[in-house]
Design a protein around this ligand. Structure first.
Ligand code: TMP
Ligand code: ASP
Length: 234
């Protein structure tokens, strides 16, 4: 697509106008970053794979009464989405201890977290997406009480639905990050993406890592892991 038209460019995606005023086009890049952009690289075919995985998961959630921004896939690496006004929040759910959780808690990787842990981070690259509490969210007027309640309840519903979806595909949903926004009617709607960039998936039999941790930790086999998740999702 023509770069001059870009509305927004993030580390892994670009947003373009759509021909329809209520929609945008979300394009997935092959670029990969980690540690707040300090590590940079490319994962070949990632844009297409993440677009396909996200499309499938958004359709699955929509069919289970979780509203998402997904409209339709428009290209191998792009989807049409509803325009949302995004909350400046990253909402993380942890079912199994991994990643940054291990740096703050004295638990072993793989420990089951029951009930699952829900965390909020402020979406701010300059600050390194720090933790933010519910009261800080209200103080900074990042969301109202009612909006945060919907975000919390819908995020936990997504967790139940996706855990089941992936367990039927012999994958453990270790943890994931969601981003929510408001549509034209001010309803809380799921935006962004759901992919091996934003989730941790482990093979349920072998615990093999099948997500971006392979890139973060220089484990090799990154492309194969993304392909494997795509294969299992469809
Ligand atoms: P963390 O263990 O590094 O905090 O990550 C928790 C989950 O959130 C993991 O599934 C990866 C995802 N995530 C993102 O999608 N974007 C980010 O910038 C970070 C730090 C994590
Ligand atoms: N996407 C994030 C970044 O570069 C971090 C991550 O996924 O680990 O900054």
């Amino acid at each position: 697509m023509d770069n001059t038209e870009v509305i927004y460019e993030g580390k892994a995606k670009k947003i373009y106008p759509s021909t329809k005023p209520a929609f945008w086009i979300q394009e997935f890049k092959d670029d990969a970053t980690a540690f707040n952009g300090k590590k940079k690289g490319q994962i070949s075919n990632k844009g297409e794979i993440n677009n396909k995985i996200s499309s499938r998961l958004f359709q699955y959630l929509d069919s289970h009464q979780v509203p998402t921004h997904f409209v339709k896939r428009t290209a191998p690496n792009a989807m049409e989405i509803k325009k949302l006004q995004m909350f400046k929040l990253e909402v993380i759910v942890r079912n199994i201890a991994a990643g940054s959780y291990l740096k703050r808690e004295n638990v072993e990787e793989g420990t089951v977290l029951n009930p699952p842990i829900l965390e909020y981070c402020l979406k701010d690259d300059d600050l390194g997406d720090p933790f933010i509490s519910e009261t800080e969210i209200f103080d900074q007027e990042l969301a109202t009480d009612d909006q945060l309640d919907k975000i919390r309840r819908n995020t936990l519903k997504v967790n139940v639905l996706l855990k089941d979806f992936f367990s039927r595909r012999n994958l453990k949903l270790v943890d994931f990050k969601l981003e929510w926004g408001l549509d034209a009617k001010k309803d809380v709607v799921l935006g962004d993406e759901i992919s091996p960039d934003t989730c941790r998936f482990w093979d349920a039999t072998t615990n093999e890592k099948l997500d971006k941790d392979r890139f973060r930790q220089n484990m090799g086999g990154v492309e194969n892991a993304y392909e494997e998740v795509l294969k299992r999702v469809f």
